[in-house]
Design a protein. Sequence first.
Length: 104
Amino acid sequence: MAAKLRKGDKVIVLAGKDKGRQGEITQVLPKVGKAVVDGVNVAIRHTKQSQASQGGRIPTPMPIQLSNLALIDPKEGGPTRVGFKMEGDKKVRYAKKSGEVIDA
């Protein structure tokens, strides 16, 4: 199945403790069906000091379920579902709410 959400997409959280928060996808984990969104689902990780890093309490964004994310419509600004259509001989993603093509 083609990926409806990709790295670099602006998304909004639909459910959970960060409901309504927006961010950009920094990493997608397709095998577990999760994505890491910048500034969303942040946990404090305690790390030991080493020569390479300072250590201490470091806030780290944790993966969030893809079903709890929705793409932000590039035209209208709200959450939208993603569809696929053929444009010439190329398959592109588009926002179902406004019909705007996401992949240029």
